[in-house]
Ligand binder design. Sequence first.
Ligand code: 0RQ
Length: 496
Amino acid sequence: SSERLRSRSLEAKIMTAEEAASLIKDGMIVGTSGFTPAGYPKEVPMALAKRAEKENLRITLYTGASVGDELDGTLARAGAITKRIPYQTNDSIRKGINSGQIEFVDLHLSHMPQMIRYGFLGKLDVAIVEAVAIREDGGIVPATSVGNTPVFIEMAEKVIVELNESQPLELEGMHDIYTPENPPHRKPIPITKTADRIGTTYIPCNPEKIAAIVLTSRKDSVRPLAPVNECSRKISEHLIEFLDHEVKRGRLPKKLLPLQSGVGNIANAVLKGLVDSPFEGLEFYSEVIQDAVFDLLDSGKMTIASGTSVTPSEEGLERFYKNINFYRDKIILRPQEISNNPEVIRRLGIIAMNTAIEVDIYGHVNSTHIMGTKMMNGIGGSGDFARNAYLSIFATPSTAKDGAISCIVPKVSHVDHTEHDVMVVVTEQGLADLRGLSPRERAREIIQKCAHPDYRDALMEYYKKAVDLSGSAHTPHILEEALSWHINFLQKGRMI
Ligand code: 0RQ
């Protein structure tokens, strides 16, 4: 309808998904909208996957972050992806990455857009983007995510738009699109408060670049959230007690500082815990806006939420659409280059809460690799936030796989966040405050506060032996034994 396609001359570009997909050739670099399963194109990727089953067609796929199965899954199963950047959560992609079929580059999410503009990641051939509307001047109004869509539209030769009628027009006005200049001309990003709007409500696009418009009403495949379990609830309690303590000590203002939280069940539980906490006037400056943020906005505990995508569960999405006029002026969607920008994170003083796969006794965090070799999802935005935060917190259950794995280990099998970027570690057992502690002090704090009782003594034994054998070195280790827990698990199915 003319409400969604506001340029008469672009009507000639309306075509089927198959016709649009034919613009994509073997070997091309394709960038798509989408950040966590929100606002990603569906029809053209599915048509492309069908073609790839019959002909030689393999592409390099860039996205904002993870996307839905219609995009990542169908293309991976058709063998149509040679390289994937920068983050994924799809089983088929993961299988491809961990079996040598797909090359994966795990990037900090805020780095990717500037790397594209700097020319580090090659020349983008086609951008496929989901939109709520196309303006008369070609400007594109994104749907439930912004991610890397602005840079893909700017840098791609051609743009294919999936105009999605299932995404409400009321989304228009929630986005804030701003693109930093390349050095040496970059200026300060003028965000000084979470609620600041600094850009346009649409992504500028030269209408001549729009090569195809595909109409659809296919919905995002959002993912269910598990109910808050005992372990996540305890982690949430420890964290809220800690934040309260920081306020009492005068190290945090009463309304805290803007919060960032990762995705998933622990993150959701922590945010849900805040609904019943004493804190008021909270702000959220994060990547992903999930269900618990709606609870916080509804309860009046939170005044503003800024992110790069809205990714609730199915019920959450329904609730979001139903009350969109309430949420419209409380939610701002920004490019991931801005939502995850180190300059802004440092300026606002973000409290960053992310999840670890494992943490070692010195505070190094592995967020990406299972047993040091197999890629899980990717670093996502956790590093953007952790390194630049006012407070950098990592949470994990103390054990995994029914207790066969200790998530507190002598040495992590892969490092994403170094000891320099981790201030607080929290498990259901307790919280270790590592600020101002040396490695030897950190080891005792982490083992005593965070390790599961089944593993605590063995960790302390390793640590003491390492102190002895290294002559109390700065970071005591026994190199022959440091990864023996992982080797035990791989060989015997239990770490000790
Ligand atoms: O595997 O499902 O096969 O049992 O790892 O673990 O406990 O379900 O945790 O879903 O919250 O994910 C770090 C991966 C946690 C995620 C990570 C196994 C465990 C299970 C998942 P199964 P859980 P979650 C914002 C910020 C990086 C990106 C990021 C992540 C599976 O939070 O990707 O932070 N973070 N982004 O059994 C072996 C261990 C294990 C283990 C858990 N120590 N050893 N396996 N598992 N601990 C979002 C974006 O940036 C977009």
